[in-house]
Design a protein around this ligand. Structure first.
Ligand code: TXA
Ligand code: MG
Length: 351
């Protein structure tokens, strides 16, 4: 693996243009640039340059069959990459772009195999973030960008997370501060009828069905290691895993609090270092050094924006086990949060 001298561009109002211009030049030359989006940080490169895209796979240690999302800044750019855009796809793009919705469509041949993991489809999205949009526009390139973490780790929600995973492995990190949403975009496959949601995100099933009628659910909350039939290659691989063991406790807030409190005592007696990811409502019942708040239980946006941060925080604290309070609302983006934490969990206890 080639080593890089990774440069960090910290963005403020005064240097935005200059920093973007420099980063865009690096994209044009085939380099790798991590940048903020509204969902999580992405690791970007020119989507139509196979060598540049290869550098993304190498930096992340990503399996070659796991395709990348291509980021665009206009509908024209989108049209240059896919064969046809269905009426339903047009509706969704009009409503949700720029925003956290990724559409899978049939690719044109200009999109190289390495970007799509050899598939005949390509995933496209227009991010709702000024830095990301300016970078795409200024480079004049469609930018392939998976989440900017080492493969298997929780997605980065700050530039510090990116640096801790990828320093020395990429050309640039643009630090635009913490992201807004905190979980990755909703992915929908538009090549089937009805279309199928392959990954839940901020744009919910209900939001989508309000626009285009009923859709299929093509995902579940498990990892499928040996299954060649999954609809999205990403479903085969472990995701979101901190170093510590994650135990998720699901149920109503009162029962979850009781169960976690019992488990906390048991683990403590055995000398384990315990991290607690708790809703505000549960947190007040605990006295412990390693507590991280998932926000109020009825505010899934708060849980979304704190989950990956919390998992990484617990790894920094070198805890052995993370007990997660799963009593947060599973409505809206809560469905996406629940999907991510279930996939990260070694054990799920329902009370
Ligand atoms: O919010 C996001 O989507 C972030 C930001 C950076 O835009 N990106 C992101 O990318 O989460 P990544 O690579 O971590 O996740 C992309 C997911 C993977 O599970 C991949 O398998 C799936 O989308 N995917 C990409 N192209 C696909 C395709 N053509 N068919 C099926 N699944 C696809
Ligand atoms: Mg990812």
């Amino acid at each position: 693996m080639k080593t890089y001298r990774t440069r960090i561009f910290r963005i403020d109002e005064n240097n935005l243009e200059e920093a973007i211009a420099e980063a865009a030049a690096i994209i044009k030359e085939g380099g790798t640039v991590a940048f903020p989006t509204e969902t999580v940080y992405g690791l970007g490169a020119d989507a139509l340059n196979p060598e540049a895209v290869k550098a993304i796979f190498q930096a992340k240690g990503r399996p070659a069959d796991n395709p990348l999302i291509v980021h665009v800044s206009s509908k024209e750019q989108c049209e240059s990459l896919v064969k046809n855009i269905s009426d339903k796809a047009v509706l969704l793009m009009n409503i949700f772009w720029p925003g956290p919705l990724t559409l899978i469509m049939e690719r044109k041949q200009v999109v190289p195999d390495i970007t799509t993991g050899g598939l005949d489809t390509v995933a496209l999205r227009m991010p709702d973030n000024k830095v990301a949009m300016e970078l795409i526009k200024c480079s004049g390139k469609a930018i392939a960008a998976p989440s900017a973490n080492r493969s298997g780790k929780p997605s980065p929600t700050t530039a510090e997370h990116v640096i801790s995973d990828l320093d020395g492995r990429i050309d640039v990190v643009i630090d635009g501060g913490p992201v807004i949403v905190g979980v990755e975009s909703t992915v929908i496959d538009m090549t089937t009828e009805p279309p199928a949601i392959l990954r839940p995100g901020m744009v919910s099933q209900q939001d989508i069905e309000n626009e285009i009628g009923s859709v299929d659910i093509g995902y579940d909350d498990k990892v499928h290691p040996d299954n060649k039939e999954v609809r999205s290659p990403g479903m085969k691989y472990t995701h979101y895993s901190p170093d510590a063991n994650v135990i998720l406790v699901e149920g109503n807030n009162e029962n979850v609090t009781k169960k976690i409190s019992q488990m906390f005592s048991d683990f403590q007696m055995r000398g384990a270092k315990i991290g607690l990811l708790l809703t505000e409502e549960s947190a007040k019942h605990f006295v412990s050094k390693e507590i991280f708040s998932l926000g109020r239980k009825d505010k899934p946006e708060e849980t979304a924006s704190s989950l990956f941060f919390g998992l990484r925080y617990m790894d920094e604290k070198k805890v052995d086990v993370i007990l997660v309070d799963g009593s947060f609302s599973h409505l809206g983006v809560g469905a996406a949060v629940s999907n991510r934490i279930r996939k990260a969990a070694e054990m799920i206890i329902k009370v």
